[in-house]
Design a protein. Structure first.
Length: 115
């Protein structure tokens, strides 16, 4: 993570009218948010639509209606974002979906890309 320095001026450090003292600053560091990653499901001509709905419900916590709607988006547009997560969570979800599809002998593809 990259830290950024940000000077803070304290009231006690400000010179008075009779002071010959320079300005003192205190550095406060601030962390940046980690980058987020989009998890994408790709369309193929072999994976059954109900299997895609099941994957979306199981691994992404969607209701049946939400999963069905997103599955139709994948079917019509060829790809859809199913969620945005930290790197570790996105990587885990992609791995889970790919393993699950492979175990059920479906060529479903799930990938991730930086947002």
């Amino acid at each position: 993570m990259k830290l950024q320095a940000r000077p803070t001026i304290l009231a006690a450090d400000k010179p008075g009218p009779n002071d010959d003292v320079g300005l003192v600053t205190k550095t406060r560091s601030r962390t940046q948010r980690p980058p987020l990653y989009k998890v994408l499901i790709l369309n193929d001509d072999y994976t059954p639509m109900e299997f895609v709905v099941h994957v979306l419900e199981r691994f992404f916590g969607m209701t049946h209606a939400q999963a069905f709607e997103l599955m139709l988006t994948v079917h019509k547009k060829g790809v859809a974002v199913v969620g945005v997560f930290s790197f570790e969570v996105a990587e885990t979800k992609v791995g889970q979906v790919m393993d699950f599809a492979r175990r059920h002998q479906h060529p479903l593809q799930c990938t991730m890309e930086k947002e």
